[in-house]
Design a protein around this ligand. Structure first.
Ligand code: SAM
Length: 344
């Protein structure tokens, strides 16, 4: 008989994407053959059953089903006790060691780096980052990094695992954190909570001059938008607003099975490297941002229609932009040229 989940353990990552295996142990009393009632001769037996249940994130039992494997998979780690993943904080914890290692390799941390991790969670990346840095440290030197974490339960766990020297923990919302209080140039990393990833990216643009690079895990669809060039369907406001500041490099994809709970979406690793200080800058950054937003708000319209309030035929000609083009067709340089026509 299958009751609710006693213990859930995915057989392997691929399986875990669609189904979870459920084990139950049922205890019962069994009478000796022929006996009509229970007596001292009755034996207690345990029957073990298992089945697989389909994973459906809309299902009420989803969190219950996917919560436990995260703990089971990490039971070899003494720091892992039960933590119920909080949806409101976008908590999908990395558990696949191969991907954790690949991400740390992509970051390639050095002991001299000013590294800051957004959302360390249960320290899956933090631990490996510190280990990688510590391995390169001179004797007697302790590797360290800054972390910004909103969940106070997770902050408490981090404090039990790491010393103050290793981890400078900033408890609070990364969207409000003042990154200027940390020494620059900063290397910012993190498996970002998907629900706030775009606002965080825009917020970090304010610290562009203090940033050496950023490496993030994000929803694959968001990374595709960030990296999309002119003429690509995925191109949007995010692509233009990031690409005029950063070189955007998509590194590799990470499947849902690498996380617990298992997310409903694919993820990717992306690196952002600020362009040189003499990069192309619009004359008026605020207006440039307004123009890009307006162009993509009505992305199916031709620019001569969507930007009619600012750009006439003469300005389109001056900027060398086809008025019949759509927002996604324009390079970042063309957007700057259009904005500068008005700001001039
Ligand atoms: N780094 C961990 C990992 O890879 O397993 C956890 C990643 S989990 C996707 C996102 C983490 O960001 C969680 O620890 C969550 O509590 C934290 N978080 C969510 N919103 C945040 C915010 N606004 N500011 C700081 N941390 C936040």
């Amino acid at each position: 008989m299958i009751s609710s989940c006693d213990r859930l353990e995915p057989k392997h990552a691929q399986d875990a994407i669609e189904r979870v295996e459920v084990h139950t142990h049922e205890s019962m009393w069994r009478r000796p053959l022929g006996a009509t009632r229970y007596s001292g001769l009755s034996k207690r037996v345990t029957r073990t059953a298992h089945t697989t249940l389909p994973l459906d994130p809309t299902d009420d039992l989803y969190n219950l089903r996917v919560k436990t494997p995260a703990i089971a998979l990490n039971r070899d780690n003494p720091h892992h006790t039960a933590h119920r993943a909080r949806k409101r904080f976008g908590q999908n914890f990395l558990v696949d060691k191969t991907y954790i290692r690949r991400i740390v390799e992509a970051i390639d941390p050095k002991p001299s780096d000013h590294l800051v991790e957004i959302g360390p969670g249960q320290a899956a990346l933090t631990r490996e980052l510190l280990d990688a840095m510590q391995a390169q440290c001179a004797e007697g030197v302790t590797a360290s990094l800054d972390v910004v974490e909103i969940d106070r339960d997770l902050v408490a766990r981090l404090k039990t695992e790491f010393t103050e020297q290793q981890l400078r923990i900033h408890e609070g919302d990364a969207l409000e954190f003042d990154f200027a209080t940390l020494p620059s140039p900063l290397r910012i990393v993190g498996n970002l909570p998907y629900n706030i990833s775009t606002p965080i990216l825009f917020r970090l643009c304010e610290y562009e001059d203090r940033i050496a690079d950023m490496t993030f895990m994000l929803q694959k669809e968001v990374v595709d938008r960030m990296a999309a060039g002119a003429g690509e369907d995925a191109r949007g406001r995010l692509s233009v607003m990031l690409q005029y500041r950063y070189r955007v490099e998509k590194c590799f994809d990470v499947p849902p099975g690498a996380f617990r709970p298992i997310p409903a979406v694919d993820s990717s690793i992306v690196r952002l490297v600020p362009l040189a200080a003499d990069r192309l800058r619009p004359k008026n950054e605020k207006f440039f941002a307004q123009l890009v937003t307006q162009a993509f708000t009505q992305r199916r319209k031709m620019l001569r229609k969507s930007l009619v309030q600012w750009i006439d035929a003469e300005r389109f000609e001056k900027a060398h932009v086809d008025p019949q083009a759509r927002a996604e067709d324009l390079t970042t340089e063309q957007f700057v040229a259009l904005a500068d026509c008005v700001a001039a």
